[in-house]
Design a protein around this ligand. Sequence first.
Ligand SMILES: *[C@@H]1O[C@H](CO)[C@@H](O)[C@H](O)[C@H]1NC(C)=O
Ligand SMILES: *[C@@H]1O[C@H](CO)[C@@H](O)[C@H](O)[C@H]1NC(C)=O
Ligand SMILES: *[C@@H]1O[C@H](CO)[C@@H](O)[C@H](O)[C@H]1NC(C)=O
Ligand SMILES: *[C@@H]1O[C@H](CO)[C@@H](O)[C@H](O)[C@H]1NC(C)=O
Ligand SMILES: *[C@@H]1O[C@H](CO)[C@@H](O)[C@H](O)[C@H]1NC(C)=O
Length: 465
Amino acid sequence: MMTSLVFSLLLLLLLAPAHSWLSLEDWGSGSVAGSIGDFGQCVCNVFLPDTSFPGDRVEHMQTSSTDLAVEIKLQINKVTSVKGQLVVLLSELTNLTARLEILQSGPDKYIKLEFEIIRIELRDFATLVTQLKTSLNISSPAIEELYIEIRNMSLIVDRLESYDRSNLEVIRIEFAKLQKKLEKCQDDREEISNSPIGSCTHGGILRFGRPVISQLNANLNAGFKYGGWGKDSSPLSGSEEMYWYAGSSDLLLSKISLYGDYYKLIMRQALRTNELYEVYKYDYRGSGNNYIVRSNALYYQFNNPFKMAKYNLTSSTVVAEVVPEATNRFSYHYSSNQNLDFAADESGLWVTYATEASNGKLVLGKIDEDLFEVQRVWHTSVFKQSVTNAFMICGVLYATRSVDTQTEEVFYTYDTNTSEENYVSIQFEKFQDLYVYLDYNPADQKLYMYNNGYYVYYNVKFRDA
Ligand SMILES: *[C@@H]1O[C@H](CO)[C@@H](O)[C@H](O)[C@H]1NC(C)=O
Ligand SMILES: *[C@@H]1O[C@H](CO)[C@@H](O)[C@H](O)[C@H]1NC(C)=O
Ligand SMILES: *[C@@H]1O[C@H](CO)[C@@H](O)[C@H](O)[C@H]1NC(C)=O
Ligand SMILES: *[C@@H]1O[C@H](CO)[C@@H](O)[C@H](O)[C@H]1NC(C)=O
Ligand SMILES: *[C@@H]1O[C@H](CO)[C@@H](O)[C@H](O)[C@H]1NC(C)=O
């Protein structure tokens, strides 16, 4: 009885328009009856006059609150799933701590750089955990514990470094696995706010995450400064987890390796390697480091003659076509031979280059993948040699330049939908000064970089539309 009174009063307060508030007199006249209840409490019955009860609005409110309840439940499920993942992470970290301790007691040689990587990764873990904590706005013991674990591990790494011994391959693999798990946590978090994969209902890049340094290249050779890595942006069914890598110490692209999944990449167990060159037989080599893999085909700059090429990774066959007017006189700022830059986004395949007629300014071409020809071109006003690299997202070209040895920035955008160009400043941190490869993958919304022989990637946060 009490509840029904309170509820009805509340409804009236919430729903009755100002001009139709019931006066106390309306309540009176026999529609309110007071009595003493069975347990001596005061019982009050209210009978509302039918005409003044806003039934339709109550119904509307009930529907809205049901929707709200469903929404809240969804959010709670997400939080619960993230919490579950954190528990798994924690046990992984504990395991890793144990392994570190075992290694600590062994007499071996450690490489300084490896510690640097581990330290960066730990810092990334800490950042991710902070972000998780902020975005979920909960204080969870699991998250707090994760913090402590990370801090403990940092201390262990510090101590280990002073030994300056041993080979850290095992730890690197473990870290890579952990990183992948944390990344999944982060993806879940981003999913709550980022636009879905494949969708372009966002307002372009808002910011980049910290650089995630995955690993030294599969050749384990820091001298392999030229190359690229990433995922197929439009994978064949069954190849969704596949990664590719190509690296070398010279400017030529001579082979490309495919890896079944991330762990295989980290463990350097290639599914297959396609050789683009065999003495006296064929020479399909490329140059320029701005190739991509899409629908199981490698799109790259053919070295000789200067053309764009499409190499079928299944049949090992190649098709090469001239890009009308493209010149090989202008390269990006960091490296030579970067004349044709391939990119894939939510809308397909693109190539960026310069022409003599454009005096070295960037020209952007949309490629028809089946016909393998440039369908349409856009002319930008940015000089290619001032650019360090470029990539495409949702039909928008993003060009980067160097700010200093640790910072890079997207400084220019060109929107092919509107032919509008803009000078902007979206900065991101580099692992090392120079890099030759930078491309966005629309299939996971990450930006892949090959930075002085290291696999690096960035999460991309989009602006709300
Ligand atoms: C860590 O986990 C692996 C399996 O994932 C197990 O084989 C190993 O014994 C564990 N190490 C420690 C020190 O707990
Ligand atoms: C986080 O939750 C607290 C209450 O638990 C609230 O006061 C605060 O405004 C929330 N912060 C954000 C950023 O949502
Ligand atoms: C972290 O280190 C402290 C001190 O060495 C230790 O007491 C604590 O149990 C460690 N915590 C975890 C979660 O390993
Ligand atoms: C690559 O070659 C295979 C086998 O010949 C063929 O089935 C596939 O369609 C080709 N892919 C492309 C993108 O041309
Ligand atoms: C811009 O064009 C691309 C195709 O080039 C398309 O996928 C995208 O949805 C367009 N965006 C807008 C805002 O029209």
